[in-house]
Design a protein around this ligand. Structure first.
Ligand code: ATP
Ligand code: MG
Length: 465
């Protein structure tokens, strides 16, 4: 941070006092909140060409990284500083991008085009060394007051601002989660009235915003805002039936409330939070009530998997995220008990390994899901710890969990059978793996040879009808 400040002072010096170089937007917001501030957003009264010229004249590297938006990058001590000329936006015909940008406006006009009051403040870099830099805070919309009140409020008329750019509706809910803020009522109302504009946001941006919302500090509030405003239905209509769907005796809370609770309890990791959101999405459609009045959700895991695939395809999620979330959803209903044999526990370890899902990651999800069932944190936690201690101990013994851990490899099996390789090799390996997972002491060449011979003999004898 110190080096940052020094390099920043150098940029300000190079550009000169008439540049009115200012920190703006998210950086100012996070700095005032005492949060770790992300990228520095810098703005200046100078035209981009002039920023390049002054930078180069001082021996700095200057790159025209976004001239169409008025952005230039200066490199100082190897560090990039993105500097954007004060700009106003033209009309937004497509609900996504301004048709044109006007450079050469005042700082106040630049702040007026920003989305929320808390994102529409600036600190002039030259004033930062002053005893009270906030005396120099440029804050035309009382963003500081809204920071103190914990409010997300649109700059200007929210109906118009959400009509210009649909992304803002999502950003509002995302900031509510990240900052644990509320939406100012008119701002909230406007979201519901501009859904058709939000619907135009590219799915790539939607995925980024939803993931930020899910991994925020208060994802329950963020998700509830999506549901209450109607944004939820634009990209994930499959979630709506969870609201109001009652559960069975294994749960204290209805499906939606349990889902929100699971999301909030899961560590703030994208895969864990997405899995928490989607693990029970198959419940409403599989809900049944038997003659005794008991509620069941037969096959809900499989349906949750199918819906997860559908949603992730729609949002163009990466293979890596999809794979991990599917693995978490697939195995969320498996609950080893004390009655389980070691072999059964190892079979679970094998399934997790086949899905490249680490035991600890599986455990993190399970703990959240179990506690969210609402039967007391302590009992759930201690039951979970027992399950994990046993699985960890079994895993630490490094049992064979895949064919490549068998004491006989594929080539040895082919030699043993004295016939050409084919699908039978995989089937035999599968069989041998079943044997050694049940009892790892069987994983020796001699024992596997004996087992393999028996299996081959059985295969070659005619099938009995
Ligand atoms: P974060 O970096 O944590 O995602 P941020 O608010 O800094 O949040 P950026 O995308 O980095 O978001 O944008 C920087 C600033 O640009 C914002 O603080 C805001 O002032 C402005 N801004 C960003 N997106 C929009 C938008 N869609 N409409 C209006 N202003 C925006
Ligand atoms: Mg930012």
């Amino acid at each position: 941070m110190k080096e940052n400040r020094r390099a920043l002072a150098r940029v300000a010096g190079v550009l000169g006092p008439d540049s009115r170089l200012a920190l703006v937007g998210g950086w100012v917001r996070d700095h005032l909140l005492g949060r770790e501030a992300g990228d520095m957003d810098l703005a200046t009264a100078l035209m981009p060409e002039e920023v390049m010229r002054r930078g180069r004249a001082a021996g700095l590297k200057a790159l025209p990284t976004g001239l169409q938006h008025g952005t230039v990058t200066l490199l100082v001590e190897g560090q990039p500083f993105e500097i954007t000329t004060f700009r106003g936006d033209g009309d937004y015909a497509d609900g996504r991008h301004p048709d044109s940008v006007r450079l050469g406006v005042t700082l106040e006009e630049d702040l007026a085009r920003r989305d929320f009051t808390i994102n529409a403040m600036a600190i002039l870099v030259d004033s930062m060394e002053a005893a009270d830099p906030y005396r120099h805070l440029v804050d035309p919309f009382d963003g500081r007051g809204d920071l103190e009140r914990g409010l997300i409020r649109a700059v200007g008329d929210p109906l118009q601002r959400f009509a210009e750019d649909g992304l803002r509706s999502l950003r509002a809910c995302r900031f509510a989660s990240q900052l644990s803020f509320a939406l100012e009522p008119d701002t909230f109302q406007a979201i519901g009235q501009r859904l058709e504009v939000a619907a135009k946001v590219s799915v790539e941006r939607v995925l980024v915003e939803l993931t930020k919302l899910l991994t925020g500090a208060d994802p329950k509030a963020g998700l509830q805002l999506l549901a209450d405003s109607g944004l939820l239905d634009l990209w994930t209509p499959e979630l709506r039936p969870m609201i109001g769907c009652g559960q069975n005796r294994h749960h204290k809370f209805p499906v939606w409330e349990h889902t929100l609770e699971t999301v909030a309890l899961a560590p703030a990791d994208p895969a864990l939070r997405w899995a928490a959101l989607l693990h029970d999405v198959g419940k409403p459609a599989t809900r049944s009530v038997d003659e005794g009045g008991a509620v069941h959700f037969y096959g809900h895991e499989a349906l949750s998997l199918g819906i997860t695939v559908l949603i992730f395809q729609r949002l163009k999620a990466s293979q890596a995220l999809t794979r991990e979330v599917l693995a978490l959803v697939r195995h969320h209903g498996t609950h080893p008990t004390e009655e389980w044999s070691d072999g059964a526990c190892r079979r679970l370890l094998r399934k997790l390994a086949e899905d490249s899902l680490g035991l600890e990651q599986w455990g993190r999800f399970r703990l959240a899901d179990q506690v969210a069932k609402g039967f007391g944190e302590e009992p759930s936690r201690s039951e979970h710890e027992k399950v994990m201690a046993r699985l960890r101990a079994l895993a630490e013994a490094r049992p064979p969990l895949a064919s490549n851990a068998l004491a006989l490899d594929g080539r040895a099996l082919i030699a043993l059978a004295a016939k050409r390789g084919g699908p039978w090799v995989g089937q035999l390996q599968h069989h041998l793996l079943d044997v050694v997972i049940e009892d790892p002491t069987q994983n020796t060449p001699a024992e596997l040879t004996r087992r393999a011979r028996a299996w081959l003999k059985e295969q070659s004898s005619p099938a009995v009808e």
